[in-house]
Design a protein around this ligand. Structure first.
Ligand SMILES: [Zn+2]
Ligand SMILES: [Zn+2]
Length: 393
């Protein structure tokens, strides 16, 4: 069994150089043109069949092995965030107000390294490698658009793999979990409608501020009273807007928030209970309310068999004591759109190193990770892919 140590150590400096270049030149969702052009040129030079402009700025590279076999799809997201970098690193962002604060620069570098490693093994591969470089993971649902544009067809993948660099865990560890790992996300907007009037004459109005306050409180009973204690969910009201004078009762108040769930039946139940709560509580206050729920992404659910393959790959490289399981978050990830259709595994590559002061949370202006994760990421993904693609392995 090849462990890819020599190959990945040999490309270490190149991986770091790619990552730092992407880090210095971050691009927001659906604007990843420079990044995509570098990726596409690299894949073409390696002999991949390359498609550009998929989901606006995405890139797909297909490598057919020497013999037929399964199609393994690997996904790397490319977008940065509207964050002003404060790391002070020599490779800090050169674009004001834009930063790779989630590690997607590292993902693209890992993808390019993996592309190179697998191209070098083409004659030993039975099957195909489909590499997708995705735009707009950060709230843009780039994955859904890629699926709509046919990325799961011609050829249809048999297996899906994707990894996220994770500063909640130390570098040199991997966290692989079967089943649900990230939550389904929906947003909601609730408009509570009363009747405006003088703040000193409340009996002549219907006060939407008081009604909205009751709605916020009542919504908290859905998770505590309707969701099974053995299941999990979040209902967060993140914004309240209404009124702008101390002596005026406004006509409306708007609430906005997010819903996070793992189980589809819990998601449906929460939507229903929210509607009932909003209607009932507003009516009890003499007001009315409109509720609009917008589904964003389904939950990320890992296939147990593919997860086993990734776990064994990681264990063979790092040893069982550095491969953990059970990392779950109520954050969301649009990789769910791929995992909904193709059995796969989405896992976490530890990226923190307290000794080097690397470990600020994702999306923080001081976010940075230990670049040792780059060769390790290539190695684990290559090892897991080889399980499917190299029969003689
Ligand atoms: Zn992020
Ligand atoms: Zn991310």
């Amino acid at each position: 069994m090849i462990d890819f140590l020599t190959e990945t150590e040999a490309m270490r400096d190149q991986l770091v150089a790619w990552r730092r270049d992407f880090h210095m030149h971050p691009e927001l969702k659906y604007e990843e043109r420079r990044t995509a052009a570098i990726v596409a040129a690299h894949l073409e030079a390696l002999g991949y069949c390359v498609q550009t402009g998929v989901a606006r700025t995405g890139v797909v590279g297909l490598l057919e092995g020497a013999a037929p076999g399964p199609v393994v799809m690997l996904r790397f997201d490319m977008d940065a965030l509207p964050v002003t970098e404060e790391t002070g690193a020599p490779y800090a962002s050169r674009t004001p107000g834009c930063m790779h604060a989630c590690g997607h620069d590292g993902h693209v570098a890992i993808g390019m390294g993996l592309a190179q490693l697998l191209a070098g093994l083409r004659l030993d591969i039975a099957g195909s490698v489909k590499l997708i470089f995705q735009p707009a993971e950060e709230g843009g649902n780039g994955a859904a658009l890629m699926v709509q544009e046919g990325v799961l067809e011609a050829p249809r993948p048999d297996v899906f793999l994707s990894a996220h660099i994770w500063t909640d865990a130390p570098v040199g560890t991997v966290n692989v979990t079967p089943g649900p790992v990230m939550a389904a996300a929906d947003t909601f907007t609730c408009t509570v409608r009363g009747r405006g009037g003088h703040g000193a004459l409340p009996h002549q109005s219907v006060d939407p501020v008081v009604a909205a306050a009751h709605v916020v409180t009542a919504l908290q009973t859905i998770v505590s009273r309707n969701v099974s204690p053995l299941d999990t969910a979040v209902v967060t009201v993140g914004a309240i807007h209404g009124g702008d004078a101390f002596n005026v009762i406004p006509p409306t108040v708007e609430l906005r928030g997010t819903i996070r769930t793992y189980q589809p039946h819990t998601r449906t139940m929460i939507h229903r209970r929210m509607q009932e709560t909003v209607d009932g509580v507003a009516a009890g206050c003499g007001a009315a309310a409109d509720l609009e729920i917008v589904p964003l992404t389904p939950a990320v659910i890992n296939d147990p068999e593919v997860t086993q393959v990734v776990m064994r790959a990681a264990e063979s490289i790092l040893g069982a004591d550095r491969v953990h399981s059970g990392e779950r978050t109520m954050g969301s990830e649009d990789a769910a759109f791929f995992l909904n259709e193709i059995p796969g595994c989405y896992f976490f590559l530890g990226g923190a190193n307290p000794e080097k002061h690397l470990g600020a949370p994702h999306h923080n202006p001081r976010f940075d990770f230990d670049e040792d994760v780059l060769p390790l990421g290539v190695r684990v993904l290559a090892r897991a892919s080889a399980t499917y693609l190299m029969q003689s392995d």
